[in-house]
Design a protein around this ligand. Structure first.
Ligand SMILES: NC(=O)c1ccc[n+]([C@@H]2O[C@H](COP(=O)([O-])OP(=O)(O)OC[C@H]3O[C@@H](n4cnc5c(N)ncnc54)[C@H](OP(=O)(O)O)[C@@H]3O)[C@@H](O)[C@H]2O)c1
Length: 257
């Protein structure tokens, strides 16, 4: 049994690697920071292959698929965010985010899913976010949009698989805030409300293997999802702005300290 995990050098990806290795899976770990992947490898008991590459380049995604051989579980997890007013955030960074969060996930999902469907087995977990349930994400606009893309793509393809009576499981993970390096990279501050990444990883893998299609860790965030179904978009957008705005202030405060 072999699992491939993108974004395994920290946070949720690293903890999913620990969970799957604990279950006996050999692993292919992918991220840019090779030293981090090497460090993780030293702590794991199963066989680990390390592939260091930048997933923002489409050709790297194809090359990754070509070099990995048979995989039973794909964890499509690499991603990042960028906080700020739409007109102030860096366009190049946003385009890179589109390529990592949406394009790389899309390419890898399509390539591996095609093999999984042929042999009628396998599991794919795409890591989206609770952000994907929202009608938009003021102050984290591009990030929310990339996560809505992954959530909707996953749900639609998953329905096709169900109609075809495929035994392949395609799930999407939609956590609220999680305590990882995401905050530092994105320039937000939500450590106080974030779930632990080990908790999210364990929960996600348990639900994936039970065939749950949309996975939302934590009761608060399950309730949050319910609210996105019943509240008008205008209320949700105002609430998102009110919730995000102080996160920027807190970060700026820290940066100037
Ligand atoms: N933390 C949260 O609050 C939260 C909530 C909902 C969803 N998520 C999602 O969870 C996933 C994992 O994030 P995290 O919270 O665990 O954050 P994290 O600790 O910052 O981990 C992000 C991972 O993505 C990898 N990555 C980023 N850009 C990459 C690139 N260009 N090429 C290859 N790998 C790249 C990073 O590796 P390198 O830097 O070594 O390349 C790292 O391993 C993301 O998709 C994120 O959007 C996070």
């Amino acid at each position: 049994m072999r699992a491939l995990i993108t974004g395994a050098s920290s946070g949720i990806g690293r903890d999913i690697a620990r969970v799957l290795s604990g279950m006996g899976y050999d692993l292919v770990l992918v991220a840019r920071r090779k030293d981090r992947l090497e460090e993780l490898k030293q702590t794991l008991k199963t066989k680990v292959e390390i592939i260091s590459l930048d997933l923002s380049e489409a050709e790297n995604c194809y090359a990754l698929y070509e070099q990995t051989g048979e995989i039973d579980v794909l964890i499509n997890n690499a991603g990042f965010g960028l906080f700020g007013d739409f007109l102030e955030t860096d366009l190049e960074e946003e385009l890179k985010m589109l390529r990592v969060n949406s394009q790389a996930m899309h390419i890898l999902m399509k390539l591996y899913l095609s093999d999984f469907v042929k042999r009628d087995s396998g599991y794919i977990l795409n890591v989206a976010s609770a952000a994907g349930f929202m009608p938009g994400g003021p102050l984290l606009n591009t990030y929310y949009a990339t996560k809505a893309y992954i959530l909707n793509l996953s749900r639609g393809v998953s329905r096709e698989l169900k109609k075809q009576k495929s035994r392949v499981v395609l799930s999407v993970l939609c956590p609220g805030p999680v305590q990882t390096e995401f905050e530092a990279v994105a320039g937000v501050d939500f450590a106080s409300v974030g779930l632990k990444s080990e908790t999210v990883a364990r929960y996600a893998i348990r639900k994936l293997f039970r065939g749950k299609r949309v996975i939302v860790p934590g009761i608060i965030f399950k309730l949050g999802r319910l609210l996105t179904k019943i509240l008008p978009d205008s209320v949700l957008l105002s609430a998102a702005y009110i919730i995000q705005a102080p996160r920027r202030r807190a970060v700026e405060g820290k940066r100037h300290a």
